[in-house]
Design a protein around this ligand. Sequence first.
Ligand code: GLA
Length: 388
Amino acid sequence: MKQQLVDKFLEIYGEGDGVNVYFAPGRVNLIGEHTDYNGGHVFPCAITIGTYAAARRREDSVLHFYSLNDPDQGMVTACLEDLAYRRKDGWGNYPKGVIQTFLQKGCQISCGLDLLYYGDIPKGLGIGSSASLEVVTGLILKDMAGLSDISMAEIALFGQLAENEYMGMKCGIMDPFAIAFGKKDHAILLDTSNLSYVYAPLQLVHEKMIITNSKKDRDFVDERYRDRRAQCEEALKELQTVISIRNLSELTAEVFEEVQEMIKSPVRIRRARHAVTENQRTIQAAQALERGDIWEFGQFMNASHLSLKEDYEVSCKELDILVEEAWNIEGVVGSRMMGAGFGGCTISIVEDSAVSEFIDRVGRNYEKRTGLKAEFYVVETGNGAAIL
Ligand code: GLA
């Protein structure tokens, strides 16, 4: 991949030295969904597919962005003095937003850049492709534009900020953090209230991780995501009138039971209950994995799905069918919707001996019940963002 990308780079931008190649992975989240903006725990891992980028310094302040995934978009051009969002720049707004964010944070970017991107994350899956693009761009700035003091945590935070402020998607820190800090054969138990984290060994000896793409369009996902966030913030405020907490995840399920009546709407009670119980499930699931009890871990994944479906209401008919069909197969350790929801994908842990039956039966029954053709990806843990 590295040499191919360099060759392509030289073809597009012209011969010369100084081309470096970078990679930032995608991520899966094993458990801990919609907890990262509620100060809770998440348990993601980086995977081996992601975004590659080749880059070379320029003597002026011009920025060129080209993606092999979107040749129709052509070359996107900007400069350090003008990085305003422009609709016509399409995907190019993501890296522009990252550079703009670094500048707003006071970073002195020392050069212009020619950039060439190529990602092998299938479209619409919801496994962190935009965060992957943002983190790889941040890493390039660190390495090439005189910002060696910037830490990986700052790259993740600036990536999130670019997504929140520049792209207008109010996501949490999970995706860029997992992508920046991923480690092969490990998941990351991240406490999003203070960004402390521990690596948990994740070596699936007899099982595979399977991502199933529902192929269901994620209608109004940004708005619905924002609604959930606002509902949780409102519930938190109501609880803060009787209990001193900074975020919902500081509550145990037992304490939540006692104070929940302060929340004045049944919908907000359900939202808050998910935030509380999902955080606890995530911690307990990570402990089960540490004990080597993958089946108990799977039970937590299944419970997570039910909570996302019933309390948080971010699942949809298609995701529920995928999960239900998965649960019917012997050898499925756990299965649940993954990511923001309303479409996108599920994650399942499946025993090796059941993988082909899983793909065959879930695919067939899903098509029968929805008319949609699901796609399956067996994914592996990988390392975080790096210079290749
Ligand atoms: C999206 C966001 C993440 C996280 C998940 C839900 O993937 O980007 O920050 O909130 O949804 O867990």
